[in-house]
Ligand binder design. Structure first.
Ligand SMILES: NC(=O)c1ccc[n+]([C@@H]2O[C@H](COP(=O)([O-])OP(=O)(O)OC[C@H]3O[C@@H](n4cnc5c(N)ncnc54)[C@H](O)[C@@H]3O)[C@@H](O)[C@H]2O)c1
Length: 313
């Protein structure tokens, strides 16, 4: 059992707390916003509903799990005795640098410091620290309590033994960690995800298909098999000769813009910020948004139950 400290109790932080509490670790969590912090037990409790319904967590495990998450009202309490600290504050380099410098000033050099950044270079976050060898990235995917994969990013100065320890910790917590050997922007997952989003937005912008149909091609087309077969497995099944032939004909026609699409910029200028604004590429109501969120975890857990050994859910 280890003590895991989580800085930032927002969307990701509270779910990461649930992951480690569920694996029997002591978890401490802090957020600068007292309302966000005090809502952690209720949010974890709500997250657990589909796990209990599907028999993945026993009802009598719920209270002990909630009790192993300590809400800390200050940073001294958060960092006290922590083996690993996971930073999940907002995606802002200056903020992350500030909180890492602050952590380093109070915790011993043996404490592992991890960032959950989506795309910021771990090396940049660790720049100027006295002990960058214990800093690495642990990129969980939303919702972290459901999605098994965690990218573990080794920056230039990270000690490989620290990567090994975190891989072991995550495996023990039922996650599927993958090593990212170079600290490149977007790591592995967000590079692929945003290549797909760029092309999806381009297809809509060019009038080639509606947002509904673009999403349907992914959800009800090739996306269906992605939980079972990754893109490189699929390329192997298709044949690398066919893959090359398609790339020769197709790649020159794909969008390769180096910045956000003009359609995306127009939507932002109109205030169409997505589900939170009621309008993005699709229209949203509070009810439709709640339904998607409610069904998402249950559906993903059912799929995972089929494709993964039970230990990894
Ligand atoms: N949302 C996602 O889908 C997702 C997925 C993977 C990774 N991430 C990354 O995880 C991190 C957190 O994202 P999120 O979606 O949970 O954001 P969020 O806005 O839900 O939560 C961030 C929390 O950090 C708190 N915070 C800000 N500064 C703080 C400080 N100095 N001390 C303590 N708390 C502070 C805020 O009050 C807020 O509650 C970001 O780096 C983000 O890029 C997000």
């Amino acid at each position: 059992m280890q003590t895991i400290a989580i800085l930032g109790a927002g969307l990701m932080g509270h779910g990461i707390a649930q992951v480690f509490a569920g694996a029997g670790h002591q978890v401490r969590i802090f957020d600068q916003d007292p309302a966000v912090l005090s809502s952690v037990p209720d949010r974890i409790h709500a997250n657990l509903v589909p796990f209990v319904e599907l028999g993945l967590v026993a009802q009598d495990q719920v209270e002990p799990l909630l009790h192993s998450v300590t809400l800390c009202s200050n940073l001294a309490d958060l960092y006290q005795g922590a083996d690993v600290i996971i930073e999940a504050v907002s995606e802002n380099l200056e903020l992350k640098r500030k909180v890492f410098a602050q952590m380093e000033s109070v915790v011993p050099p043996r404490t592992i410091l991890a960032s959950n950044t989506s795309a910021i270079s771990i090396g940049l976050i660790a720049e100027g620290l006295a002990h960058p060898e214990r800093v690495l990235g642990t990129h969980f995917w939303n919702p972290p309590q459901v999605v098994p994969c965690v990218e573990v990013i080794r920056a230039q100065d990270t000690d490989p033994a620290v990567v090994d320890r975190v891989m072991e910790l995550l495996t023990g917590a039922g996650k599927h960690p993958v090593r990212v050997e170079k600290d490149v922007p977007g790591f592995v997952g967000n590079r692929m995800q945003h290549a797909l989003w760029r092309e999806a937005i381009y297809l809509v912008e060019q009038g080639i298909a509606s947002p509904e149909d673009v999403d349907a091609v992914v959800r009800l087309g090739f996306g269906l098999r992605l939980a079972f077969l990754g893109p490189l497995q699929t390329a192997d099944l298709a044949g690398l000769d066919l893959t090359r032939a398609v790339h020769q004909d197709l790649l020159p026609h794909l969008d390769c813009a180096k910045g956000p699409s003009p359609l995306l910029e127009r939507k932002l200028a109109q205030g169409h910020l997505g589900a939170k604004a009621g309008q993005g590429f699709h229209s949203w109501t509070p009810e439709s948004l709640a339904a998607v969120k409610q069904n998402r975890d249950r559906t993903l857990l059912k799929i995972l139950r089929e494709v993964l050994p039970s230990k990894q859910i």
